[in-house]
Design a binder for this molecule. Structure first.
Ligand code: SDX
Length: 364
């Protein structure tokens, strides 16, 4: 029996949900190029594609959009729970807790309607925490705005600009699904025991919270805030690499070439923030980081990953750093649910082994 650290290169399922081709830098959802979907479809249409296997007709889109918009309100006990823990819990902890307490039945197999009800209410959970921490009022829920526009409206209390909706919609689509990443695998393991959808999503949120996975975009912003100028980027990053630490926003288990999402998000953030000094610093810091990574880690093929320019886009549409990873969870709930349904469809409990290195008592 051979131990494969981190299950690197091990396939644990067959699925037509998505293709993450790390050699070609290609990402497909159900056979569609994600970079094209990001600029030609709404987040809801792509969620429908992931869950149903094909893009919706006009009527199917309207019905799905209505199912989401009719389920945006927070149950009273969830609202009280969020208010009660907001002052001493970060938002990913609040999301993990609030999702686990939603009043959904333990149906088996998990249903699309359950998935839609969770997806619909996450923006409201985020805005509830945000306004509680800010000391501002939560805007009245509306049903006439799509998922992306309504999320920005819930945070800002006014209708967002077309440019911000377009940019965030593209971000949500680009980060909705990504094969067997750590948080999706966590959701599949829980589903494989025939546990419920909320338990699987709670496990996924817990996994995404980690800085090596979904926790990276806010660390990218913190890195740029500490670096402050292009002149100090090299010394700051050398110190970090010398101490064996990682540069957030670089490297990937699968992509050994440019992450296609990073390319798409770089272009979106260029359109949004080309005059912004912070963004110019980001572009220069990226080039310095890539040069230093080749110097310190030659041959590891460490490229810019999705998180580096995710920080730039989320910052450009006006989200505070504390909302970066929760917004990633908002989008990835689409992929998590798709994999939960996929796992339940042809299920077998996920149960690898471990290689025992301890002692074995002599038989007396
Ligand atoms: C996401 O899996 C997914 O699909 C994830 C994701 C998704 O959409 O779900 O794409 C989202 O999680 C993106 C990644 C966000 N995380 C970060 O930006 C954190 C920084 N990156 C890393 O810690 C790292 O690159 C990982 C965790 C992303 C990947 O780690 P691996 O594949 O396990 O690589 P490794 O730890 O085995 O590293 C290989 C070598 C090591 O050096 P040596 O031990 O061989 O000397 O490369 C080095 C590492 O030290 N290395 C880095 C580095 N990433 C890897 N060195 C410095 N900075 C980095 N960022």
């Amino acid at each position: 029996m051979k131990v494969i650290p981190g299950l690197e290169g091990i396939a644990v399922a067959e699925t037509d949900l998505s293709l993450v081709d790390g050699q070609k830098g290609l990402l497909l959802y159900r056979g569609h190029l994600v970079k094209k979907l990001a600029v030609s479809h709404s987040f809801e249409e792509v969620v429908y594609l992931l869950w149903m296997g094909q893009l919706p007709s006009e009527k199917e889109r309207e019905d799905f959009q209505r199912l989401l918009s009719e389920n945006r309100a927070l149950p009273e006990h969830i609202y009280k729970l969020i208010i009660q823990i907001s002052s001493r819990a970060d938002l990913m902890t609040v999301l993990r807790t609030a999702i686990s307490a939603l009043p959904l039945t333990n149906d088996w197999p998990p249903t699309l309607e359950q998935g839609a009800k969770v997806l619909a209410v996450i923006p409201t959970m985020i805005s509830c925490w945000y306004h509680q921490v800010q000391g501002t009022d939560i805007p009245v829920i509306r049903q006439d705005l799509n998922h992306t526009a309504h999320y920005l409206y819930l945070l800002k209390g006014q209708e967002p600009s077309e440019a911000h909706v377009r940019a965030l919609n593209a971000y949500l689509i680009l980060t909705a699904e990504h094969g067997m990443n750590a948080s999706t695998f966590a959701a599949r393991v829980v589903t494989s025991t025939q546990s419920d959808l909320l338990s699987a999503l709670t496990a996924a949120v817990g996994a995404l919270k980690g800085p090596l996975h979904g926790g990276a975009p806010s660390e990218v912003e913190e890195m740029l805030d500490e670096i402050r100028s292009a002149e100090s980027a090299e010394s700051w990053m050398r110190a970090r690499l010398e101490s064996g630490e990682r540069l957030m926003g670089f490297g990937h288990r699968v992509y050994k070439t440019q992450d296609p999402r990073a390319q798409a998000l770089r272009q979106i953030s260029e359109e949004l923030s080309v005059e912004d000094d912070w963004f110019q610093l980001a572009l220069e810091t990226e080039q310095t980081a890539l040069r230093l990574l080749e110097e310190y880690k030659p041959g590891r093929r460490l490229y810019t990953n999705v998180e580096f320019f995710a920080a730039a886009v989320l910052r450009a549409v006006g989200l505070p750093k504390a909302l970066y990873t929760p917004t990633f969870a908002l989008s990835r709930t689409a992929g998590w649910c798709a994999h939960i349904f996929d796992q339940a469809d042809h299920n077998r409990i996920i149960r690898p082994q471990s290689l025992y290195t301890g002692t074995i008592p002599q038989e007396d």
